[in-house]
Design a protein around this ligand. Structure first.
Ligand code: BES
Ligand code: MN
Ligand code: ZN
Length: 492
């Protein structure tokens, strides 16, 4: 998909579809288009077909006019980034239905921030072109090129940088979506490791990337017995994937992203009920989002150092599987009584968090489909964020708002931590029926004491169920926004 910014005379531009954001009061650009098309927009408003309300989409086919087709996008009442993103997504859906090869986006959604509008358009277009079946096929979808149009010559440069950034984020989301959607018999820990290895072979001009895979023996030597206890009941060998992206000076401390990748979570001996169990193929979406971010970083070559750590394993029951009541010693030396083998995410994350310290991190963020409880708390709108550093939590909340990939904070108070008490080990791996997302966070916090750390619980946001079942690519936009802001802050 090719994106370009232009400020050439509208009447001279050729396109299969022109997308025009406007309210019921026509914007200046809308007036120009209206004139070029024999008052087609005025007519649509007069007839009541187009009301200009936020997110409304109306396709006008104009075979007689030099502009083949106009897709009107309502802007009245748009008041936040989430609504903007929804409106853009609706326009993309309509655009794809028209089978257009070329499109022209008339800027006008976010008049005060053209770069952000260009970025959200490119991201949404690329994300809308994702198709599970076609993803690996050679034939590309219909849309091939989009021109982002603005009246401001002076804004072309920032529009182009917005397009470049958004396009990379969209492709990174699609990487995460595809890995999430692949069935667990294909997307195994070894498969994820192979994807990471091929990403690690990218040849970059301003940055470098390297992948290292730790296998069971390596993890045994590191004493990662908590992580290994989850893999015990599975025939698939576990992998600890480590991707090192260096876009800044080698001595600059990295951001470490730790992504849970349970390629199938049956619950283990604490077996889950059968209903909807297929969706536990998505229990690797945290890890997939880290691969999506790495993919986008490789495209953009952002000046920042980022290490991705992805503990990948299945959680299965067999004769060797970990049993409720078993006690394991984590890499940190802390012992854990495993009261429920279905609380396995924290068991693989805790050893990964201990391992993360080796990189002398500036910040560590883990991303995990960790608890069903976060869906009760926040539904499918916001991811949960818990952090031992309020500034980091604020930064993530702000990045979530900016990227329309929102997160909401939950507390990590000691009253919750006390619920992890065990009579037989330093802690239990569950905290009882209440505040499940918070007790999971408190468990992880015990392994993240040496650095600034945040935990993102994406169990509600990484995929959708029902008729449109599929991975969402979240929280790639949030993480990329956070990294972009951070790279800008440190390279100044
Ligand atoms: N992967 C699940 C969390 C999950 C459940 C995500 C449903 C999305 C939908 C996780 O490993 C899990 O099973 N968590 C348990 C924890 C409990 C045993 C303390 C849960 O949330 O029920
Ligand atoms: Mn589980
Ligand atoms: Zn799980």
């Amino acid at each position: 998909m090719k994106f370009t910014a232009s400020c050439a005379e509208l009447s001279g531009l050729k396109t299969d579809s022109l997308i025009l954001p406007t309210g019921s009061e026509l914007s200046n650009s809308a007036k120009v288009v209206n004139e070029l098309t024999h008052n087609s927009i005025d007519s649509a408003i007069e007839s009541g077909e187009f009301k200009g309300k936020s997110g409304q989409v109306l396709v006008l086919n104009l075979p007689q006019s030099p502009l083949q087709r106009i897709i009107l996008l309502g802007t009245d009442g748009l008041s936040n980034q989430r609504q903007v993103k929804k409106a853009v997504a609706a326009a993309c859906q309509a655009l794809n239905k028209t089978q257009s090869k070329t499109a022209l986006w008339v800027s006008g959604l976010m008049t005060d921030n053209l770069e952000a509008e260009a970025s959200i358009v490119a991201q949404s277009v690329n994300a809308s072109l994702y198709n599970y079946k076609k993803h690996n096929a050679k034939k590309s979808p219909n849309l091939e090129a989009l021109t982002f149009w603005t009246t401001e010559q002076s804004a072309i440069q920032s529009a182009n940088s917005g397009l470049e950034y958004g396009a990379a984020v969209g492709v990174g989301m699609n990487t995460a979506k595809q890995l999430g959607n692949l069935p667990a018999n294909i997307c195994t820990p070894s498969y994820l490791a192979e994807q990471a290895i091929s990403l690690g072979k990218a040849k970059l001009s301003k940055a470098s990337i390297n992948t290292e895979i730790l296998d069971r023996a390596d993890m045994q030597s590191l004493k990662m017995d908590s992580l290994l206890s989850v893999a015990e009941g599975s025939e698939e060998p576990p992998k600890l994937i480590v991707i090192n992206y260096q876009g800044a000076k080698p001595d600059e401390k990295p951001v470490v992203l730790v992504g849970k990748a349970v390629t199938f979570d049956s619950g283990g001996i604490s077996l889950k009920p059968g209903r909807g169990m297929d969706e536990m193929k998505y229990d690797m979406c945290g890890g997939a989002s880290v691969l999506g971010v790495m993919n986008a970083l490789v495209t953009l070559e952002l000046p920042i150092n980022v290490v991705g750590i992805i503990p990948a394993t299945e959680n299965m029951p067999n004769g060797r599987a970990t049993k409720p009541g078993d006690v394991v010693t984590s890499m940190s030396g802390q012992t854990i009584e495993i009261l429920n083998t279905d609380a396995e995410g924290r068991l693989i994350l805790c050893d990964s968090l201990t391992y993360a310290a080796k990189f002398n991190p500036d910040t560590v963020i883990d991303i995990a489909t960790l608890t069903g409880a976060v869906i009760s708390a926040l539904g499918k709108v916001a991811s949960g964020v818990l952090s031992n550093d309020q500034q980091l939590a604020n930064d993530l909340i702000e990045s979530g708002t900016q990227s329309a990939d929102p997160v909401w904070q939950l507390p990590l108070w000691e009253e919750y931590d006390e619920l992890l008490k065990s009579n037989f080990a330093d802690m239990a791996n569950i905290g009882g029926p209440q505040a499940g997302t918070i007790t999971a966070g408190c468990f992880l916090a015990r392994y993240a004491k040496d650095y600034k750390w945040a935990h993102l619980d994406v169990a509600g946001t990484a995929w959708v169920s029902g008729a449109n079942k599929g991975a969402t690519g979240r929280p790639v936009p949030l993480l990329m926004e956070y990294l972009r802001q951070k790279s800008e802050a440190t390279s100044d």
